[in-house]
Design a binder for this molecule. Sequence first.
Ligand code: FSO
Ligand code: SF4
Length: 542
Amino acid sequence: MEMFCYQCQETAGNTGCVKAGVCGKKPVTAGLQDALIQVCRGVASAALGSVEGSDDFRAAGRFLTGALFATITNANFDDERLTALIGEGLSLRDRLVKRYGDAVEGGLPGAARWVPGGDLAEAGKKAGVLSTGNEDIRSLRELLIYGLKGIAAYAHHAEILGYEDDAVYASVMKGLDATARDLGADTLTALVLETGKAAVDTMALLDRANTETYGHPRITKIATGVRGNPGILVSGHDLKDLEELLRQTEGTGVDVYTHGEMLPAHSYPAFAKYGHLAGNYGGSWGRQGEGFASFNGPILMTTNCIIPVRDAYRGRIFTTGMAGYPGVEHIPDRRPGGEKDFSKIIELAGHCPSPDRIEDGEVTGGFGHDQVGALAGKIVEAVKAGDIRKFVVMAGCDGRHKDRSYFTEVAENLPKDAVILTAGCAKYRYNKLDLGDIGGIPRVIDAGQCNDSYSLAVTALKLKDAFGLGDVNDLPIAFDIAWYEQKAVAVLLALLALGFKNIRLGPTLPAFLSPNVAGVLVEKFGIMPTGEAAADIEKIMA
Ligand code: FSO
Ligand code: SF4
């Protein structure tokens, strides 16, 4: 076995990638990511001895959220950057061990003294997923780590906007530390559920960061066509990068387009004010190969999901933040108080032809909790009058798995009195279909990025109150969630922590759930796999 990774939905044979990642991750990169996780465990354990909120505690929290983010599927394929992060983590860990090692409750686990030596990737592989022999403990440890990776990504985005929560950092540390100790299944299960609570808090933090910085999203029509100017395409989830790029391109004659998960940016007042924010180009991340080729201009990947870079656009794609790809130019981080320098990309755009037209329509977004809150009265009326029979939450990720056509089929065939609530890139399976509206309420209500699933949960809780119900599960609501990578794991754990039950998950159940762990989720929370579209629709509407 050259590597082992089973963290995403596309894992080989739905069991594990052992020769090379289906995502394009090479064994060396996989080993380096394993090594980075092992280093993160050590940093976390040692940091637990420091005082919450102190400089050292925060330094550890920031390092951990950034580093975990770099190991998320399709975020960073660059061995040099991963090696640099491992080095940075080892020095931080050793400093923390020296200062606080004695104060750690229960003593430091072995991971805090781990010395990779020799070949880093090999050492990482040895400390990786399969180093845990018992399949249930392995499953719980990995479920915990993947939830934490999702939390880390969201916390990192919030931190970039100046919003941090020490309790979130503490949860990340506690969870990672637990995976380095000899803990039983019950303790780990309890920690997984606690992680769900931390995921809710992290999404709430990011929601606050986004809305206080950029305003509450407003219902917006977003063009999917193109203009005649040269353009820059911005993908990923990082709004701050988009903000700085928009400022730096103002008056240059270069338009800016969003791609994939950057689509919801159009709905924030702070972005909508830019006349040269021209529209959204292409489909979800899985189809970037074609879309990036026909875009003709520079592409900026601010986070995941980047897929193996094709020759057609190799010379005009850039990464920044925690994203990375070998041979692709990386735009360095901003200095304190400064901005990132996108001049190279802007200069390149000026020499590129304008994007080819691939479609010419519009999509509607911007249904954050604030806007939906304003619509609540209308929605409650529609439910009472029997015009809306069901809300179907179809949030989550898109992917390349052939069975994902299921989600299009469900959206197309749901009865006309069902409203789809969505967030994340899963929407690209149906957001360009004409599904109509119910008395002015659109049948697809798009809250935004995957982290805005929080907004959907807030909406559901508001509806629960509006109907005077004691339990969210008494609402006419069903969940049909598409997952792909680890942020979706965090979102799922968050939904469970908020008390939502009977969630359908597809297109496959995670390979990292052992039969026993999956059994617990089924029994406790009624989690179930997606099935045939027609049969599922019947059950959803029942
Ligand atoms: Fe999609 Fe990729 Fe946002 Fe994920 S773009 S798959 S859950 O990174 O984070 O929804
Ligand atoms: Fe395989 Fe997914 Fe891991 Fe990539 S991230 S190696 S596709 S399991």
